[in-house]
Design a protein around this ligand. Structure first.
Ligand SMILES: [Zn+2]
Length: 361
């Protein structure tokens, strides 16, 4: 044993110690400077209360998955709050953006108690605001007027519609939220005919009263989709049918006249859709952009293995049999380690979920 011999580990450690000390001191200095210059921008993700059957409207699980995808992203810190609001509004003090992924309508988290006033104060300060899936629906009037200013539009009951359909995203604008997102096609409860600011169709870029509007996801629903049934109410509505052939917008961004940012995203009904890289990338880019952080050239890079889609689900009754068997199989290691050699999306299971959801809104 030569503890201090020429080649022993201890000997080498002692030799390089002074250098390590200098490098550490410099690193500490450097990190204190950068920390002061750029504290992470805080994105508050508010997940709604549990609703719908398992694997639909999984607001909490979806939010936690998005948080995980941004865990190592520089300059962003995602804070997830469940059950429809934050427990202590002091968390808003240093927020760069607030996102609501929840059931909306009259029960929308933004409309309970003084929440609209709280949001108004944040928005006046330049805080970004985004809403996802049912979270884009608020009643007309105070809520609708606020949403048209803050995110450029809202789902209006019996004006907008909510069929389940395959939207094909084929091209994107030059916009940070679209960075690195490739063309893709996916089934979701893609709401459309949103009540946009200035009653624009929303399928092309526009500026309305100083609000700069950019559509990100645009696709043309078929005549069959327009003809219904919609999830609720079943429709069809004459004004939706009359617009046959028109392209519709399912994700958009706004830059408000005060410089604050907003976005709306109407998908997010099926939890397994978060397993689609392009679907997920656009939303991750939006979370970064709405907080005024820089979206990298190729967009936010993340990976989600299939087993991760079944983590953190709300306790809403038993999972479909096929999913349960699959998860049990992973637990037993019959199909190898979680994530190894698994398909990105469970196609048979998806069909099952979709068939169920047709009757359940
Ligand atoms: Zn839904």
């Amino acid at each position: 044993m030569q503890f201090l011999g020429g080649n022993s580990i201890l000997y080498r450690m002692i030799r390089i110690l002074p250098l390590v000390a200098v490098v550490s001191a410099l690193a500490a200095l450097d990190s204190s400077v950068t920390a002061a210059e750029a504290a992470p921008r805080k994105v508050i993700l508010i997940a709604g209360k549990p609703s719908h059957p398992p694997l639909m409207h999984e607001f909490r699980a979806g939010s936690l998955l998005l948080q995980k995808c941004l865990a190592d992203f520089p300059g962003i810190a995602v804070d997830v709050h469940d059950n429809g609001w934050v427990r202590d509004e002091a968390v808003f003090d240093d927020a760069a953006a607030v996102i609501i992924y929840a059931d909306g309508g009259g029960g929308h988290p933004a409309l309970q108690g003084d929440h609209l006033k709280t949001l108004q104060r944040l928005i006046a300060r330049g805080v970004g605001f985004g809403c996802m899936h049912y979270g884009v629906e608020v009643p007309s009037g105070e809520g609708g007027d606020a949403f048209r200013k803050w995110i450029g539009g809202y789902y209006e009951h019996q004006y907008s519609c909510n069929p389940i359909w395959d939207a094909s995203m084929e091209k994107y604008p030059e916009h940070p939220v679209a960075r690195g997102v490739k063309p893709f096609r996916i089934s979701d409860e893609w709401y459309f005919n949103i009540r946009f600011a200035g009653d624009i169709s929303g399928n092309e870029a526009a500026t309305v009263d100083g609000l700069k509007f950019t559509p990100i996801f645009v696709s043309s629903p078929s005549d069959d989709v327009r003809g219904g049934p919609y999830v609720y109410p079943k429709g069809p509505y004459d004004h939706i049918v009359a617009n046959q052939g028109r392209a519709e917008t399912m994700m958009w961004t706004v830059e408000r006249p005060d410089g604050g940012r907003g976005f709306g995203f109407t998908g997010g009904h099926f939890h397994v859709n978060w397993g689609n890289d392009d679907f997920r990338k656009a939303v991750l880019n939006a979370l970064v952009w709405v907080a005024k952080a820089e979206v990298p050239k190729g967009g936010v890079v993340s990976a989600v293995a299939e087993p991760q889609l079944y983590e953190n689900l709300d306790p809403k009754g038993p999972l479909p049999k096929e999913v349960k068997e699959k998860i049990d199989g992973w637990k037993k290691g019959e199909e190898g380690a979680p994530g190894a050699g698994l398909s990105p999306r469970p196609s048979k299971f998806e069909q099952l979920v979709r068939a169920r959801s047709r009757n359940q809104g």
